[in-house]
Design a protein around this ligand. Structure first.
Ligand code: ADP
Ligand code: MG
Length: 351
C-alpha cells in the first residue's frame, strides 16, 4: 500500500524541461548550442571547451523534454490538469529558470499560435465548463498577485500613488486598498490570503482581461520600485467551484500558475543594496521551493512549506492530493552554460 501511495505521488509531480531556440544576439556573439536532445525525456549538456579535447556530456532526465516545441505541443501534455481542477483537484503549474530562458513565453506567451500555458488553460477551462453546463453549475474566481522581496502585492487592486505600494496613503479612503496580504493555512491545509481581491469571471474573456490588468499593474509596480518585473514571482490563482445540478454535490479545485523570478545568481557587479536584497530573497524562495519539491518526491514525513511565503502560498497546490507541473526553462547558449547546468540540477532534485 505504501508503495502504491508513493507511485501515485510520483505520478502527480511532473517535471518538463524546455529549451528555447538560440537567438540572433547569441549567434552574433559566436555562441553555440550546448544542449542536445537524446530522446523525448533526456537532454545532454556539454561544457564548452576552448581546446580540442571535448568535455564529457552530462545527462539529465525529465518527464518530457521540448526543444523548443510549439506552445500547442507543450500544452497538449498538460491540459488534462485543467480537467483535474474541475474534478476537484488543486493544480500548480509553474516555470523555473534564469531570466531570458523562456519562463514568461511558456506561462503567458504571445499572440496567436504563441499563446502560452495561462491563455490556453483559460480556453480549455471554459470549453470544458460549457461541455458540462447541463449537469454542473460552475463558478470561476480569480486573483493575481506578485511576491516581491517577501511582500505579496495584489495586482487587481489599484495602487494609490507614492513610490511604493507599501507606503501609507494620505487619502484615508484608499488606505483600505493597501491592506497587507497575510497568508493563512487552515486546519484542512487550504491556503487563504487575507484581503486578496478575488473576481468572478463568467467568461474566458473576463478572465483574459483580468490577466491583462494584472500584468499591466505588475509593470507599473516594478517601475515604481525601480526593479525589473522578472525579479518577482507572478502568481495567478483560478478557483473552480462546481455544483452538480441534480445531487447538489459540490467540488472545489484550483489552478495556481506561477511565473517564478529569474533563478540566476547575483552578478559580481550587482553588489549594491537593492539588487542584492532582491537576489537574496529570490534565492531563499527558490531554495525553499526546491526543498519542498525534494521532500515531496522523497515522501518525507515533514514538508517544509513554512520556510518561505512562496511555498506557503503554493502549499495547497503542491503535494497531498494536488497535481504539480514544473517547467524547467533553459537557454541553449554556451554563454549561459553555467546557469543552464544549475537549472537542470535544481530540477533533478524534484525527480
Ligand atoms: P524569461 O521569462 O524566462 O525571462 P522569456 O519568456 O521572456 O524569458 O524569453 C526570452 C526570449 O526568448 C523572448 O523573446 C521569448 O519570446 C523567446 N523565447 C523563449 N522561449 C521560446 C520558445 N520556446 N520559442 C521561441 N521563442 C522563445
Ligand atoms: Mg519573464
Amino acid at each position: 500500500r505504501i508503495h502504491n501511495a508513493l507511485e501515485d505521488l510520483k505520478g502527480s509531480i511532473r517535471v518538463f524541461c524546455r529549451i528555447r531556440p538560440i537567438n540572433k544576439r547569441e549567434k552574433d556573439l559566436q555562441d553555440v548550442d550546448v544542449t542536445e536532445i537524446v530522446d523525448s525525456m533526456t537532454v545532454n549538456t556539454q561544457k564548452p571547451s576552448a581546446g580540442t579535447i571535448a568535455n564529457e556530456p552530462e545527462q539529465f532526465n525529465f518527464d518530457a523534454v521540448f526543444k523548443p516545441g510549439t506552445q500547442a505541443e507543450v500544452f497538449d501534455t498538460c491540459k488534462d490538469l485543467v480537467q483535474s481542477a474541475l474534478d476537484g483537484y488543486n493544480v500548480a503549474m509553474f516555470a523555473y529558470g534564469q531570466t531570458g530562458a523562456g519562463k514568461t513565453f511558456t506561462m503567458y506567451g504571445g499572440a496567436g499560435d504563441n499563446a502560452g500555458t495561462a491563455p490556453l488553460t483559460i480556453s480549455e477551462l471554459y470549453r470544458l465548463i460549457k461541455q458540462d453546463e447541463d449537469r454542473v453549475q460552475f463558478t470561476i474566481m480569480a486573483s493575481m498577485m506578485e511576491l516581491y522581496r517577501n511582500e505579496l502585492v495584489d495586482l487587481l487592486v489599484p495602487k494609490s500613488g507614492g513610490a511604493s505600494p507599501k507606503r501609507k496613503s494620505q487619502n484615508p479612503g484608499s488606505a483600505a486598498l493597501e491592506q497587507k496580504l497575510n497568508v493563512r493555512v487552515d486546519k484542512s491545509g487550504a491556503v487563504q490570503i487575507e484581503h486578496l481581491r478575488e473576481e468572478e469571471c463568467k467568461t474566458a474573456e473576463a478572465l483574459s482581461d483580468l490577466l491583462e490588468r494584472g500584468n499591466q499593474m505588475r509593470t507599473v509596480c516594478a517601475t515604481k520600485m525601480n526593479s525589473e518585473s522578472s525579479r518577482s514571482h507572478l502568481i495567478l490563482i483560478i478557483r473552480v467551484v462546481g455544483v452538480n445540478k441534480q445531487t447538489e454535490q459540490k467540488l472545489s479545485g484550483k489552478i495556481l500558475l506561477c511565473d517564478l523570478a529569474g533563478s540566476e545568481r547575483l552578478k559580481k557587479s550587482d553588489v549594491s543594496g537593492d539588487a542584492q536584497k532582491e537576489a537574496i530573497e529570490i534565492n531563499k524562495s527558490l531554495t525553499a521551493l526546491g526543498d519542498v519539491m525534494e521532500s515531496l518526491v522523497k515522501g518525507a514525513a515533514h514538508v517544509p512549506y513554512k520556510n518561505h511565503k512562496l511555498t506557503q502560498v503554493m502549499s495547497d497546490a503542491l503535494g497531498g492530493t494536488s497535481k504539480t507541473l514544473m517547467f524547467v526553462n533553459c537557454s541553449p547558449a554556451s554563454s549561459n552554460y553555467e546557469e543552464t547546468v544549475m537549472t537542470l540540477k535544481f530540477a533533478t532534485r524534484a525527480k
